[in-house]
Design a protein around this ligand. Structure first.
Ligand SMILES: [Cu+2]
Length: 283
């Protein structure tokens, strides 16, 4: 009896804690309401199952408690019960999977009018690269990475010269404009996560991952690293500022490009000379 009461208290306590929880989701700042909906549906399905199973356990403990005059029945088959268990479980699993799969399909289907930007993660800071006036990001390779070219931009690619580089500083985004994030890591696994955007994605060394979003309100939001990436993981922070169109243009015009920040590395002829002088191939 005592155990049955404890189980009922756990079930009721969990529901009360949910209503009075001190942990609330932050106000959403992107188009990804469908991700919030998927989480809510998951919560309701698993929450109802949790309460029902705990109360059922409490009921069974009380109803079938030991009595010397009672014997257990042998009942290996019960088609009706199996039918219910199978189909209720199947409906639950479909309900858990469907909203997430639909949201994921949107998450990786980038709209045509999205502008690109690159997030470069390294132990333990966030750097960003935006296309310059040409609207194109220059190609990159790890073989170009050095102190004069921390992003590894190809010096022979004309598209890279005007790329805007943001090193360890705030990233700004214009409101209501879809953005495709291209994510790259130059050392270990990281994960770009802005809770208010409801969006996160791993940065995997050796490949470029992506996702997209449209910021729907202005404000200042924390960027966190959501993948344990070494002793500095907890300080791998940055800030995203969502501006109105005018504010964004003003910020953008004050930023440095690859050519202005690293004139030596951005000069393809210099690289060619260096190649012949040292004999080392820098392609
Ligand atoms: Cu990290």
């Amino acid at each position: 009896m005592f155990l049955a009461i404890v189980l009922v208290i756990i079930a009721i306590g969990s529901v009360i804690f949910h209503i009075w929880t001190p942990w609330w989701a932050t106000e959403i700042a992107s188009n990804w309401g469908s991700i919030d909906d998927a989480i809510s549906i998951t919560f309701w399905i698993t929450g109802v199952a949790y309460v029902v199973i705990i109360l059922f356990m409490a009921y069974c403990i009380w109803r079938y408690r030991y009595r010397p005059d009672r014997r257990a029945d042998y009942e290996p088959e019960n088609n009706k019960l199996e039918w219910w268990l199978t189909w209720v479980t199947a409906a639950g699993v479909v309900g858990l999977l469907t909203p997430g799969l639909l949201a994921w399909n949107d998450f990786v289907t980038v709209p045509e009018d999205a502008t690109e930007l690159e997030v470069v993660g390294k132990q333990w800071e966030w750097n960003y690269r935006l296309p310059g006036k040409d609207g194109k990001l220059g190609t990159t390779s790890i073989k170009f990475i050095n102190d004069d070219n921390p992003f590894g931009i190809n010096p022979k690619d004309p598209n890279g010269k005007d790329d805007v580089l943001i090193e360890g500083d705030d990233l700004h985004l214009p409101m209501d404009q879809p953005v495709k994030f291209l994510l790259r890591s130059i050392d270990v696994l990281h994960d770009f996560y802005v809770p208010e955007f409801r969006a996160k994605m791993d940065l995997v060394p050796g490949m470029v991952t992506f996702f997209w979003l449209t910021p729907i309100r202005t404000g200042k939001f924390d960027v966190l690293c959501a993948e344990l990436c070494g002793v500095g993981h907890h300080v791998m922070r940055s800030t995203v500022v969502v501006d109105d169109k005018a504010g964004y243009q003003k910020w953008l015009s004050g930023q440095e490009t690859f050519a202005t920040l690293y004139p030596k590395a951005a000069d393809a002829t210099q690289v060619a000379q260096k190649k012949s002088a040292s004999g080392k191939a820098i392609r």
